[in-house]
Design a protein around this ligand. Structure first.
Ligand code: ADP
Ligand code: ZN
Ligand code: ZN
Length: 818
């Protein structure tokens, strides 16, 4: 009897491919093991075994596999089932899911590039002959394709060999070329060496009695030392003594105090970590915890709706603890950008070394390590904190999934496929494991709240901030009025300016929010009105002052700022609108004494760049932080008393049915950064339109009203959650062809599906990277079978693909487009 193996190739092809295998291989193989297979003329891929059978493929002669790469499944049954669900639901191929789910170290292929790991200590004697050949070749040539390695060792299949070299740390894959490790530096102080001597110390205190401020600092240092044996951060001393950094600096300059740095590794905790904290919930948290536990008896999913700073994390921790006690793994999902050391630290101090972190910015090795720990159900990975890709880890025994900040739209992957929503995929994953799932937010998405109201999900709420801290006091500032009365300093109303000044005087910190980066989004000629556009996209170029460049935020195109108008030559160019960079510049003029930091896409590119800014702000090395929506994400700063929103209108006017919901969420979240300790925080929202209902709802913290109104609108205009939406985007470089093709597609959909097709329509940015874009929206009612609709769409796609003139047109599906 012949034996065959179906495999999933990590490429966007619909079907499985069949290879020939021997009886022994058939006996050994299991779904989820990797095999090296030849593909096409000369390619080698790592593929995933799917099933063994004895039916020869009809359409082609099955080739033999090269080799089995694993001893046992790398991917378990839960994962395969989940990945198939993702492929089916989000209309992509299983291969695309595999490609995005597995760390690339597991998917070596003939085109993969490898290079020498410069940091590795290689003992040449440890290398086998073929390994040594590769090692040596890489001394002369910086990168090698795996295909080339085949030539060097004169073997067809070298994936096992390269796998071994990767495992030994001798070689790295090309993508891995980013910073491996940047330690965080924290500044600490101690008493100068000299004063460890008693008499010297007495003399010093005597001498200082004439400088009360300095003596206060030294006494405070003693008090802090008495409280704990730990090193004392400068920031703590500053707070304890109530004196300024200048006073401390003076003492350091006089060698009375000594400043030193400790490298604290934020990610790796090498030493045995002993959990040191115990958490007791306050009555509101305890109630929420009980409500959730109670609701789990009826529904597997619960929504935790707790205002900002209500202490949702502590409730999650208790839930995780409960799940651990039952011997089950827990997954804690966060939006990519919110993945901060603050949270990791909190969980580590509670659960010690049981916490693992999984994140796309981590190196391949770190990711492989976490993967293996989860697979082996090792003690080191009982709790995984991660961004959306951690959904793909080999959990075998999941008891709880937490989705924090569940309203965040960055949970949805836009590009490439699978274009999945991590919250929704998490709920499905949990259900496969019969695990509980808790969604948490201060501003739940309309979808989740709707599910809670319809009793599909359990529901718990916390209305009070932890420690009886008051909700921030939110005020709207009418800048139309202020502009008319000429009461603006640049982009700052008098009210906001004064508030910033006051906060600084009090030694408190300020966050300023502006949802655009760069200096000015539009450069316009005052003579002919020409606006400088991106040559590849349908958008204006944004001016970045720091580089004196115009940049496209869609494709990355950039050019130097021109001297005059490109259309008429006139030298007078006007900068319209403003971004974070401009605010930072204005602050330098308005508050020359203040330290101003900025957090946006431009300042957070490196691996730890985001963390560094957060740390610096935490340590109060900055007085003001200007940022885009990045500053809204669940950060917990203690000393921020004022949050200013530079302009709320650009959020509200975004052309999208979700713009209002999102504005509410973003403004409430950023407002929530203010006053997280005793003193009541203050929030000022500048707007031209202070009567806007969303702004009113933000000021009164009226989530229910917002929900009611938005829900009503969605009902009226048929948007989710009342219907489902599949967005189909067609792309082509040829404008006319795109129009024709999308018209063809829309009419075919119309014929089959009837009323529910909208478009084709140009999106607000109708051309990106030289591709023209057109969208077709397919709305289906909740009662309709979504899989039937998808099948119909797929059938139409088949006919479409058969039309040769549309060959170049690309199709992108986005299910539950958000
Ligand atoms: P949320 O995520 O709801 O905005 P956090 O979980 O960040 O709020 O909690 C806000 C602050 O209150 C944090 O600094 C946290 O350490 C503290 N906190 C919350 N609950 C407790 C508790 N039960 N015991 C001690 N500290 C708590
Ligand atoms: Zn001009
Ligand atoms: Zn562009």
């Amino acid at each position: 009897m012949p034996y065959f193996l179906d495999v999933v190739l990590p490429i966007p092809l619909e079907r499985l491919f069949t290879y020939r295998i021997s009886k022994q291989e058939a006996d050994f193989l299991d779904a989820g093991m990797r095999v090296a297979v030849p593909f096409g003329k000369s390619k080698i891929y790592t593929a995933l075994a799917y099933n063994v059978h004895s039916n020869a493929p009809l359409a082609y002669e099955a080739k033999e596999i090269y080799q089995i790469l694993d001893e046992g499944p790398l991917v378990n049954k839960f994962q395969l089932k989940h990945w198939e669900w993702i492929a089916q639901y989000y209309m992509c191929t299983l291969g695309e899911v595999v490609r995005s789910a597995l760390p690339s170290a597991f998917l070596l292929e003939s085109e993969t590039l490898v290079l020498l790991n410069k940091n590795a200590l290689v003992d040449e004697l440890d290398l086998k002959d073929d390994e040594f050949l590769v090692y040596e070749a890489l001394q002369h040539q910086t990168v090698l394709k795996i295909g080339e390695i085949s030539g060097i060792v004169d073997k067809k299949n070298v994936l096992p060999l390269v796998n071994r070299l990767v495992q030994k740390g001798v070689v790295l894959q090309k993508e891995e070329l980013y910073e491996q490790y940047i330690p965080k530096l924290v500044r600490y102080v101690k008493l100068g060496e000299e004063f460890h001597d008693e008499t010297k110390l007495e003399e010093l205190l005597h001498a200082l009695s004439r400088a009360p401020k300095q003596s206060q600092v030294v006494l405070s240092l003693f008090q802090l030392q008495a409280k704990s044996k730990k090193p004392i951060p400068i920031a703590d001393l500053e707070k304890e003594s109530g004196s300024s950094r200048a006073v401390i600096k003076a003492l350091i300059d006089k060698s009375i105090l000594e400043e030193y740095h400790i490298r604290t590794d934020r990610v790796k905790f090498d030493e045995e970590l002993k959990p040191e904290e115990t958490i007791s919930l306050n009555p509101y948290q305890a109630k929420a915890f009980d409500d959730i536990t109670e609701s789990f008896t009826k529904s597997k999913v619960a929504l935790l709706h707790g205002v900002t700073s209500s202490g949702k994390t502590e409730v999650y921790i208790k839930l995780i603890e409960q799940s651990l006690e039952q011997g089950k793994q827990a997954l804690y999902l966060l939006p990519e950008i919110a993945l901060t050391s603050q949270l990791i630290g909190r969980l580590r101090s509670y659960f010690g070394n049981k916490v693992a972190v999984y994140h796309s910015k981590y190196s391949i090795h770190e990711r492989v390590e976490v993967w293996n720990n989860v697979k082996d159900n090792s003690d080191k990975a009982q709790i995984v904190i991660g961004a959306r890709s951690s959904l793909f880890l080999p959990f075998s025994n999941l008891g709880l999934v937490v989705v924090d900040e569940e309203h965040e739209n960055s949970f949805k992957q836009f590009d490439p496929a699978p274009r999945y929503h991590a919250r929704d995929a998490a709920i499905v994953l949990a259900s496969f494991h019969k695990a509980h799932c808790v969604l948490g937010s201060a501003t739940p998405s309309i979808e989740s709240m709707n599910n809670a109201k319809k009793k599909k999900y359990g529901y718990a709420s916390i209305q009070n901030r932890y420690g009886d801290v008051l909700m921030p006091d939110i005020t709207l500032v009418d800048i139309k009025e202020a502009t008319r009365k000429k009461r603006m300093k640049g982009r700052f109303s008098e009210t906001l300016f004064n508030a910033v000044a006051e906060a600084l005087e009090e030694g408190e910190q300020v966050i300023l929010f502006q949802n655009r980066r760069g200096f000015a989004p539009i450069i316009e000629c005052t003579t002919c009105g020409n606006v400088t556009q991106c040559p590849n996209c349908d958008v204006s170029l944004t001016y970045h002052q720091y580089k004196n460049q115009l940049r496209c935020h869609y494709c990355g195109y950039h050019m130097a700022l021109q001297q005059g108008c490109l259309a008429c030559g006139s030298p007078t160019l006007d900068k319209k609108g403003f971004g974070t960079e401009q605010i930072q510049e204005e602050l330098k003029e308005l508050f020359p004494e203040a330290n101003v930091g900025r957090m946006d896409l431009d300042t957070t590119r490196g691996k730890y760049a985001y963390e560094k800014i957060i740390t610096a702000f935490e340590q109060q090395e900055m007085d003001i932080l200007v940022g885009t929506q990045m500053v809204t994400k669940g950060l917990d700063f203690r000393n921020v008393s004022l949050v200013g929103i530079m302009n709320a209108d650009s959020l509200l006017n975004f052309p999208d049915y979700r713009a209002h919901e999102r504005s509410f969420q973003m403004l409430t979240q950023v407002a929530g950064r203010a006053g997280r300790t005793k003193k009541r925080g203050k929030v000022l929202i500048q707007t031209y339109n202070p009567y806007h209902q969303i702004l009113q709802q933000v000021t009164t913290n009226d989530y229910d009203k917002m929900f009611e109104e938005q829900y009503y609108e969605r009902e009226q205009f048929k948007y989710p959650p009342l219907v489902r939406i599949i967005k189909l985007t067609l792309k082509d470089k040829d404008y006319n062809k795109l129009n024709e093709a999308s018209q063809w597609f829309a009419s075919s959909l119309q014929n089959v599906l009837g009323q529910q097709i909208l478009g084709p329509e140009y999106p607000p940015v109708a051309r990106i990277r030289r591709d023209y874009l057109k969208n077709i929206l397919i709305k289906t009612s909740r009662t309709q079978s979504i899989s039937q609709t998808k099948n119909s769409i797929k059938r139409i796609e088949k006919s479409f693909n058969a039309i040769s003139k549309y060959k170049s047109v690309r199709l992108v599906y986005n299910v539950d487009h958000i």
